[in-house]
Ligand binder design. Structure first.
Ligand code: GUN
Ligand code: FE
Length: 426
């Protein structure tokens, strides 16, 4: 791994300036100064002429992508178990797998595979659920930290409706979280950070969420959870928490909905008007996980409405609700799901465009990390280099066409180089 530097990459380039502004070049110079992007140019500006130039020929230079929602322990069964909806899926496949991470050796071996997969793909950043176990979660963070990828990782909190042996008491859960935060601090990680992770309201009492809200406020730690994913889940929350006007309020009343720190809510497939209004008001990030929503039969999220209202939306693989970590797949699935929603039930919600899904995979999720996900001046320099020569065609394609084809046809094997915060990882 090299140090963050100042350099220029020359090749074809694509990046977003906004959800509606996709910028493409057939041949351009992408400039990084001390780990920060300085823009994309047809000719190298005078002040950057001294920087070393890496010649990439026709390869495509793209901003690194952001997986805004993924479960590391579920990688162990990725691509299997899609015959059930959310709650039964959790009971039948997910909790039994996650329980195994109590054993350090099992966790080590499984997390090695997950981290290797993430390292090889198009993601330069990710926001990750671990399990309830402090030891295994710290080990995952160590493995991730070594890669140079920038990540948030959460020790999962749960104090009800989880099988014996995996459930914590409220006190255990809060104490373990404090212990975990102290261990994170002592480790002095360079690239990985803790994020508070109440699994979702069905598995978290109000007392637990109040405690986590206090921790979030005290230490300024961000929050991630799940919201309004599945109709059965939403009914269950209504029964468990009759005093809350809507599902999201069960987080909001505890300071876990964007008021104490940045917050990601995964899914939001069935959010009502009040919930959407509150998410918008509080600047909550929505992690749209289209493949998971198909696999677990959850539905088609109203992403068109979220984007049109200027809400913060990124993409998540949600492995193992989603089968794979590829952000190309996530972009493709986001387009497909939006087309099905448009064609089958909501003709007013026009399908997502290439520009919009590319924005969500880069700048949309990147915003959670700060100025991340673009090559505009001032953005942290995360880039992936794509070699698409194996995708055969007789046509001479322009960069936008090649980007669209990458969304539909590329996979991790097309990523030949990766830069994070100006450091070349490979
Ligand atoms: N809701 C609560 N836990 C989970 C999980 O592990 N995956 C998904 N997709 N939804 C959840
Ligand atoms: Fe999830």
């Amino acid at each position: 791994m090299s140090k963050a530097g100042s350099f220029v990459l020359h090749g074809a380039a694509a990046y977003s300036e906004s959800k509606d502004r996709l910028i493409t070049y057939e041949s351009a110079y992408v400039v990084c100064e001390d780990g920060i992007a300085r823009g994309v140019f047809r000719e190298i500006p005078e002040k950057f002429r001294e920087f070393p130039v890496t010649e990439l020929g026709e390869k495509l230079i793209l901003p690194g992508m952001v997986d805004l929602h993924v479960h590391a322990p579920q990688y162990a069964f990725h691509g299997t178990g899609f015959d059930l909806q959310l709650i039964d899926w959790l009971d039948r496949y997910t909790y039994p797998e996650e329980m195994k991470y109590k054993k350090k050796l099992y966790a080590e071996r499984s997390y090695d595979l997950f981290v290797e997969d993430l390292y090889c793909g198009a993601s330069t950043r990710a926001v990750i659920f671990a399990t309830r176990h402090v030891g295994a979660t710290v080990r995952l963070m160590e493995l991730l930290d070594e890669t140079g990828l920038v990540t948030y990782v959460g020790k999962v909190n749960m104090d009800r409706n989880v099988p014996e042996g995996y459930c914590e008491t409220t006190e255990e859960s809060l104490l373990a979280t404090e212990k975990w935060l102290a261990r994170c601090e002592a480790k002095e990680f360079q690239n990985t950070m803790p994020i508070l992770t109440p699994r979702f309201t069905p598995t978290c009492t109000r007392a637990l969420m109040d405690g986590l809200g206090k921790l979030s406020a005290e230490f300024g730690i961000p929050v991630q959870s799940h919201l309004s994913e599945n109709l059965g889940e939403i009914e269950w929350v209504k029964n468990l928490e009759p005093d809350s006007a809507y599902y999201g309020e069960t987080y909001d009343r505890c300071g876990l909905f964007g008021t104490n720190g940045k917050t990601i809510m995964a899914h939001c497939v069935h959010s009502g008007d009040e919930e959407v209004r509150k998410m918008k008001e509080n600047g909550v990030f929505i992690a749209h996980c289209p493949q998971s929503n198909m696999n677990l039969m959850s539905g088609a999220a109203p992403v068109r409405r979220y984007l049109d209202q200027g809400m913060r939306v990124g993409l998540g693989s949600d492995v193992a609700g989603g089968a794979e970590t590829s952000m190309f797949t996530a972009m493709k699935d986001a387009v497909h799901v939006s087309k099905m929603r448009f064609a089958l039930s909501h003709p007013e919600d026009t399908p997502l465009t290439l520009s919009e899904v590319f924005y969500m995979a880069t700048m949309g999720g990147g915003e959670f990390f700060g100025r991340v996900g673009s090559f505009m001046d001032g953005y942290e320099f995360d880039a992936v280099i794509l070699d698409d020569t194996n995708i055969a065609t007789l046509h001479r394609m322009n960069t936008e066409e090649r980007l669209e084809r990458a969304v539909y046809c590329a996979d991790d094997r097309n990523i030949v180089s990766k830069y994070v915060r100006g450091k070349k990882l490979y």
